[in-house]
Design a protein around this ligand. Structure first.
Ligand code: SF4
Length: 320
């Protein structure tokens, strides 16, 4: 099992090293907190690395030191589990930037407070930029916001990584309160209707027109969601892989899981396996490239005993 609040980083000559990433809303940090990072990194031979999510990771750590490090830092991990709101990236906005049109810090910190670590169908990232220069990369976030002279423009479905997708513009010119309100509607709609898929994949599956129509209908207080997409199936029900979803794989309901089973197939056919995969430290659920891997390969990357994992998975799949 993984040490609490840590990610496996590397296995070198059989030795594992871990990384931890404390939560740092908006990337703002006080000098005394920065000194704590330096202190624990020096004491436990860690390396400090700035991340793209405006955080400071401490890597190269030993499993047995992780608990003590968290205690000495007195901070919380940035991520709770794989499928949650992972980050809210915030640009300096009107508070610190001469080009700023809107207060990105105020909006971004409020979004961080409301959503960080909230459970989602897949991982979700947010970005808040104070002007169209989009320094917080709002158009490659699942939910992105960009400030203009008229207010906030809201974008949905962006992502980077191995399956990049530019976000769709959902609505423009909102004030602060309406921006929070429409984001709340987006998040609830996604939680209720999406499968294990990023917002962009969900939009591509149901169509942007429908997504926008449903969101704006609720936003304008005239919701008509009678033709909303089906809810995710409950645990144990057969799932028919659909074109455009995560996979159209070979595993079918009734099959036992093997080393060759692809993770995306496993979680689509047997959604009850998701907690088991998480327990074993599979932090990649919802990532299209990682979930496309065979179980054997993924277990090797994560330093997991594949036989032990298969036994645990088949226990929840085939309850004789
Ligand atoms: S997005 Fe605009 S306001 Fe924000 S840092 Fe960049 S230039 Fe400044």
């Amino acid at each position: 099992m993984l040490p609490k609040g840590a990610n496996l980083q590397k296995i070198h000559n059989g030795k594992k090293t871990y990384a931890i990433t404390p939560h740092l809303p908006g990337g703002f940090i006080k000098p005394d907190v920065l000194e704590k990072y330096a202190h624990v990194a020096r004491k436990y031979n860690g390396i400090l690395k700035l991340t793209s999510a405006q955080r400071i990771m401490i890597t190269g750590l030993k499993a047995e030191d992780i608990e003590a490090i968290w205690q000495e830092l007195g901070m919380q991990p940035a991520m709770g589990f794989a499928n949650c709101v992972r980050s809210v990236k915030i640009c300096p906005g009107i508070a610190f930037c001469k080009r700023g049109k809107q207060d990105s810090i105020k909006l971004g910190l409020e979004l961080d407070k409301r959503y960080i670590k909230k459970e989602m169908p897949s991982r979700m990232k947010m970005g808040v930029s104070g002007c169209p220069n989009s320094c917080a990369e709002s158009v490659i976030k699942d939910v992105g916001v960009i400030g203009t002279d008229e207010g906030w423009d809201v974008y949905v479905g962006g992502s980077a990584g191995s399956h990049p997708r530019l976000a769709d513009k959902l609505i423009t010119g909102l004030n602060y309160e309406d921006t929070l309100r429409v984001i709340d509607i987006i998040v609830r709609y996604y939680q209720k209707n999406a499968d294990i898929e990023r917002v962009g994949q969900f939009i591509d599956r149901i169509g942007f027109e429908k997504f926008q129509k449903d969101i704006l209908a609720e936003f304008h207080n005239s919701a008509d969601v009678s033709d909303a997409p089906a809810k995710p199936l409950s645990a144990g029900e057969q799932i028919v892989p659909m074109p455009g979803g995560l996979t159209e794989g070979n595993l079918v309901f009734g099959d036992r899981i093997s080393e060759a089973s692809v993770i995306a197939d496993i979680i689509r056919v047997y959604p009850q396996t998701v907690p088991v995969l998480r327990e074993f430290g599979m932090g990649c659920l919802g990532c299209p490239s990682a979930t496309g891997e065979a179980l054997e390969k993924a277990a090797e990357i994560h330093g997991i005993d594949v036989k032990e994992l298969i036994t645990s998975l088949n226990k929840v799949v085939c309850k004789e």
